[in-house]
Design a protein around this ligand. Sequence first.
Ligand code: AP5
Length: 216
Amino acid sequence: MRIILLGAPGAGKGTVAKQLTDLDGSVQISTGDILRSAVKAGTELGKKAQGYMERGELVPDSLIMEIMESRLEEPDCKKGFILDGFPRTIPQAEALKKLLKKLNLKLDLVVDLDVPREVVLDRLTTRRTCSNPECQEIYNVKSKPPTADGKCLKCGWKVVQRDDETEEAITKRLITYNEKTAPLIDYYKKEGSLKTISFTSSQEIVNGITGAIKKK
Ligand code: AP5
């Protein structure tokens, strides 16, 4: 499948993307994960992105498109891809449209994960993430805890809170989402490819997405 997952920070994009890739071998492409790995590795990209991320602002579109243009051409994308956290602005959506045309690829669906604000806030403060850049499994102290001593169940690395999980950065990320990313809902509605999903259980969300793709 080739889909875009839209949704506020904490809506569950990463969690659902990981479950969808298990179904048909498509790959999860999370611009947030790519940027966090670059920050950790201290690359040029990481140095440019770090400040924006810690403040809860968006990284400039030009940097994101540089990443995505090469990423979508990698061979593992042939089986399909789940775009998690991209596009995030109208210019990114326009650039993606051109890129997909150039690659002769069509999207199956754009999904808007519609989750109430209080649920999102609760999830962001209770989320934990595996610190292994190769793993980045997502946990939650309430709904999906790691081991009792805070280790990843998959790879054994320490499970940590992200640097953008301060109260200040979370508030800023939600404002940024409403200003810059929420307009994409109307953008894709007009294109006729949007499916809004309001379930809170990940399994129901996954079923909603696969059902909508089958109906097309
Ligand atoms: P990014 O990493 O994309 O962060 P985000 O969009 O803020 O999304 P999150 O990862 O916070 O949430 P999520 O929706 O994936 O939820 P999750 O599955 O983890 O981006 C980070 C930063 O990078 C941005 O602020 C920006 O600076 C930069 N950036 C990235 N992409 C960019 C772009 N394209 N352009 C410009 N800048 C960009 O779930 C959250 C929690 O809830 C977890 O604990 C999980 O276990 C739990 N949970 C999930 N689903 C359920 C459920 N159904 N029931 C119970 N708990 C659940």
